[in-house]
Design a protein around this ligand. Structure first.
Ligand SMILES: Nc1ncnc2c1ncn2[C@@H]1O[C@H](COP(=O)(O)OP(=O)(O)OP(=O)(O)O)[C@@H](O)[C@H]1O
Ligand SMILES: [Mg+2]
Length: 266
């Protein structure tokens, strides 16, 4: 059995060709979350190694969005979370969203929450709100970085966000998250509602981001595409991490193939 079972310490990331011994940048330990009486996440434990793409796959309702929102401190009112989220050695689990953003975490939520009547550029600038308020000038470099990554956003920078295509809106949502210059970018189903070619383009850009040093936690309904670009993967089922391993190992595992990659076991 090639699949790593969930143990507190699974030392398998050396299998990754991308960054063999990358240090752990973020570590989630025993993270649980509930909406009132409904337990949505139970004791999730995972690691993000610097510069890697880590994906979380799993069926609808497994708790993937809950995991990302809990990591970001962005659960809806009435929800409760417990557990430890260690980022660069410090526990951020009690911090509010703004503080986590300032520390270097950024989330593109399932609902993109763009301001449709505002221009593309103004939407981007909102992502750098705190840096601008603090009088930092580096956000302009970050804007150049985003425009280099998404030339189409630059072409359309004066256009209202509401006039963009679905794919362009997704690019804008990712671009806005990047304006905060995150070290860890969390993406909740970036391909949702997009045509296959556009999905390919977006995930290609996520791959490109890895080479700039951004660490990505990718939740994706398109498990096949996610496993193709990821270094490491976790499978979430009914609020619990059911298995984990290098993405290539999971992609070749018959149980994963059967359950998530849409191919029957031979
Ligand atoms: N605001 C909420 N109030 C009550 N229950 C919720 C809320 N949000 C999610 N849940 C429940 O928590 C569980 C996990 O939901 P979550 O949205 O995290 O799953 P998911 O894996 O992201 O699903 P999907 O693939 O459909 O996006 C589900 O049972 C869901 O019904
Ligand atoms: Mg979700």
């Amino acid at each position: 059995m090639s699949l790593a079972t969930v143990t507190p310490e699974v030392a398998v990331v050396s299998d990754s060709a991308a960054t063999p011994a990358a240090p752990v940048l973020l570590e989630v330990t025993g993270l649980s979350a509930r909406y009132g009486k409904v337990a949505a996440l139970t004791g999730a434990t995972l690691k993000l190694r610097a510069g890697q793409i880590v994906t979380v796959i799993g069926p609808n309702g497994a708790g993937k969005s809950t995991l990302l929102n809990a990591m970001m401190g962005a659960l809806p009112a009435g929800a409760a979370a417990s557990g430890r989220i260690s980022f660069q050695g410090g526990d951020v689990s009690q911090m509010d969203v703004e503080e986590r953003v300032a520390r270097g975490l950024s989330l593109v939520p399932e609902k993109r929450e763009l301001f449709t009547t505002m221009s593309v550029e103004d939407n981007l600038l909102l992502g750098a709100y705190k840096r601008r308020r603090n009088g930092e000038s580096g956000y302009l470099d970050q804007q150049d970085f985003v425009y280099a990554l998404f030339p189409r956003l630059k072409e359309r920078r004066r256009q209202a966000a509401g006039t963009l295509s679905g794919g362009e809106r997704q690019m804008l949502a990712v671009g806005r998250a990047l304006m905060a210059k995150p070290q860890v970018l969390m993406l909740d189903e970036p391909s949702l509602g997009l045509a296959p070619l556009v999905t390919k383009e977006i995930l290609g850009i996520v791959s490109q981001l890895r080479s700039t040093g951004v660490t990505t936690l990718l939740v994706e309904q398109n498990a096949r595409a996610a496993l193709q670009i990821a270094d490491y993967a976790y499978v979430l089922e009914m609020g619990e991490i059911a298995c984990e391993g290098p993405a290539a190992t999971l992609a070749a595992d018959p149980r994963i193939v059967e359950s998530y990659l849409g191919v029957a076991r031979h």
